[in-house]
Structures are given as C-alpha cells and as structure tokens.
Ligand binder design. Sequence first.
Ligand code: HEC
Length: 99
Amino acid sequence: MKLVFSILAGVVVLGGAALAQPPLEPSPADPATSLFTTRCAACHNDFVNNAPTLFTLQAYKPEVIVTALKTGKMARMAMGLSDEEIASIAKFITTKAGA
Ligand code: HEC
C-alpha cells in the first residue's frame, strides 16, 4: 500500500512538474537552485531511502529545514555549506520549488 501511494504521489509530482513548471536546472541567476540540484535533488526529487520529496519539503517551515541542515538529520549532507547558502536553499525549497 505504501508502495502504491509512493508511485501515485510520484506520478502526481512528476506530472505536475511537467505541466506547470520548468525542470529544476542550475540557474546562474539563482545559486540556490543549483545548490539544491547538486546537493539535495539526488535524494529529494525522488523516493530515495524514504527521503521526503521536494513536494513534501515545501510544506516545511524554512527554520525546520535550516535546523535539519545545521544540526539535524541533514547536517552531514550540508557539510561545507555556509549559513547564507543554507538559508538560500531553505528559501528556495519553501518559496520557489514547485510553486
Ligand atoms: C543521500 C541522500 C540525501 C541527500 C543528498 C540529502 N538528503 Fe535530506 N533526507 C534524506 C533522507 C533519507 C531523509 C529522511 C531522514 C529521516 O527521516 O530519518 C532526509 C530528510 C530531510 C529533511 C527533513 C529532516 C527532518 O528533521 O525531518 C530535510 C529538511 C532535508 N532532508 C533537506 C535536505 C537538503 C536541503 C539537502 C541538500 C543540502 C538534503 N536534504 C540532502 C536524504 C538525503
């Protein structure tokens, strides 16, 4: 059942993405887009190891994402990112991605 839901949710996310928005591609105008694409998308654009998808992450508060990246579950993934970069990724996820 969980798998079926995952597949359905994936179709909805992908279908919506194809219709309503350009693909997430690195954009020189917005460094956060390329940071997300290179550092996060591999796991969060898809159902990798139960990682919440971008679709799910959009519902998070930016502070929750920042905390996850600085001291929480994603601290290892965010290694080397500056405070500004982390803040920009949180903003990107919650304001731009898929909106
Ligand atoms: C190697 C795969 C991988 C990469 C790369 C990755 N994540 Fe995650 N992320 C996960 C998984 C798996 C979970 C679920 C962890 C759990 O709930 O135990 C997760 C959870 C999260 C959560 C929720 C944390 C919480 O406390 O519930 C956020 C926010 C998040 N990731 C953001 C990011 C951002 C932003 C990046 C890029 C800097 C990133 N992740 C890179 C795999 C990844």
